[in-house]
Design a protein around this ligand. Structure first.
Ligand code: GLU
Length: 479
């Protein structure tokens, strides 16, 4: 016997500016990094094509949806720079439209009212399960009988028969075949006429003109059900790309114990949004052996063909090095502002460091930082208060002979009028020449006196950043 083929092969073949994608988070928690990656891929795909990227908040689960979650999602997306075209659609507000669509489907025969009681339904479901068949309500037969007056009903999809083959062409998973017997006559409207999630998604995607759906492969089975419903409406089926979920570094499904999962946590940990985007892009998309791909490059290169089939693993080491890359590239004025924000958030008082100094310090500190807190750590030598606390190594470097030399050096330095790197460096070199020693001989002691052992750039830079008065003051404390 031939299995009846899918009645329609009508899919979206939109190209260029006609492309519409969407990100459709449920506001039941923070924006996790899997969601952020989904948003990024949809955003890139639409932007590259000059199409539209839309945001839909799927808030139909009234018990679990919260305003703080909506706010967290919007804030996370804004931080990542993934702005949507137009304001978000709130799914719950569209309930009337969902009802109307279901009603029209009843009129066209694609759906029906089912008057089964809970008990009847369970018994029939049990029976179908035992036979390995999909649940079908007898009410699907238009001649089944006259509805009991005043009885409540649900609206069900009239799913295709058990031996139909449902085919979803997926850009990542390939051809995904589902047997008709796996698709039951699922509910579109509950007995209180509220729409189900399955109905809402299909109607919204259609009304929003969505042509391409990139989402986690946990929705792959939904795709078969949704495509059946879409076809019942006679609408074109979007192009699907179901991406494997992100796994932890141990290869297991991502969970809280793998560390920070909310985008806002990455922000707090001092990652830059452009680094986050580049890292998320790597988690599931590749092109040749490109390693770190900037957003501008991705906007030129992103394609569905580059989406991987095997789950990517979250790797904090890699994330750190990607962030380090973008910190080095970041504009110093912007970095300075981010650092001030980061500092106030972590209760560090940066007010002692004026903007000019902070900005001048960054080029020296950036090469060794992976995150904003790393940069803050490296500023500790400026923030340290006189008299500087010496660590063990620093104390050892300050022999009485070394302190005598520091006294003489202090005299030289105090004569400097221009307190800039080159002048300071010249003075240090002259002093070493006069003392007949290499700068390597005096350097560690001076550095110990100035920083107490805290990480700092090279000596002349350190002095410049500390300023003349502070430098001489710290040397005086030791002398
Ligand atoms: N709201 C669903 C989720 O957060 C996504 C639905 C979809 O992308 O179709 O998992």
């Amino acid at each position: 016997m031939h299995a009846p083929t899918d009645p329609t092969v009508h899919t979206h073949e939109a190209t260029g500016s006609a492309i519409v994608t969407r990100f459709a988070p449920s506001p039941t928690g923070f924006l996790h990094i899997g969601g952020a990656r989904t948003a990024l891929f949809n955003w890139l795909f639409a932007r590259k094509a000059g199409g539209k990227y839309l945001l839909r908040i799927e808030d139909t689960d009234r018990e679990r949806s919260t305003q703080p979650a909506v706010d967290a999602i919007l804030a996370g997306l804004a931080w990542l720079g993934l702005e949507a075209d137009g304001p978000p659609t709130f799914q719950f507000t569209r309930a009337a439209r969902h009802q109307e669509a279901a009603t029209s489907l009843v009129a066209s025969g694609g759906a029906y009212h089912c008057y089964l009681s809970k008990e009847e339904e369970s018994a029939l479901k049990e029976e179908a399960r035992a036979k390995g068949l999909a649940f079908r309500s007898p009410w699907r037969d238009p001649d089944y009988g006259t509805p009991p007056t005043g009885a409540s009903y649900v609206t069900r999809l009239r799913a295709p028969s058990d031996n139909t083959i449902i085919e979803v062409m997926d850009k990542v998973q390939g051809r995904v075949v589902t047997a008709g017997r796996e698709i039951d006559d699922f509910i579109l409207l509950r007995s209180d006429h509220t729409p189900t999630y399955m109905l809402a998604v299909v109607v919204d995607d259609h009304d929003m003109g969505v042509t391409h759906i990139i989402r986690g492969d946990d929705h792959l089975t939904n795709a078969a059900r949704q495509s059946v419903l879409i076809k019942a409406f006679g609408w074109p089926v979007p192009v699907y790309a179901h991406i494997p979920l992100i796994h932890g570094d141990d290869g297991k499904k991502l969970s809280k114990r793998h560390g920070a999962l909310g985008v806002d946590e990455y922000r707090r940990m001092g990652y830059l949004p452009e680094a986050m985007r580049a890292y998320l892009l790597r988690l599931g998309w590749s092109k040749g052996d490109l390693d770190i791909v900037s957003t501008d490059e991705a906007l030129a290169l992103f394609d569905l063909e580059g989406l991987g089939r095997s789950p990517a693993r979250l790797d904090f080491v890699k994330m750190g090095s990607v962030n380090a890359h973008f910190i080095r590239l970041a504009d110093d004025t912007r970095l300075m502002e981010l650092l001030r924000e980061q500092a106030s958030q972590s209760g560090i008082d940066l007010s002692a460091i004026p903007d000019v100094i902070l900005k001048a310090a960054l080029p020296y500190l950036k090469p060794r930082a992976q995150t904003l807190p790393d940069l803050l750590d490296q500023l500790q030598f400026i923030l340290a208060k006189r008299p500087i606390t010496l660590d063990e190594k620093a104390s050892k470097a300050l022999s009485s002979e070394a302190i005598e030399r520091i006294r003489r050096l202090r005299g030289e330095l105090s004569l400097l009028i221009v307190w800039q790197h080159d002048e300071i460096k010249g003075s240090l070199d002259r002093f070493a020449g006069e003392e007949n020693i290499g700068i390597g001989k005096i350097g560690p002691a001076v550095r110990a006196a100035l920083t107490g052992g805290l990480a700092a750039p090279d000596l002349a830079v350190t002095m410049q950043l500390l300023g003349k008065q502070e430098t001489l003051g710290r040397l005086d404390d030791i002398i």
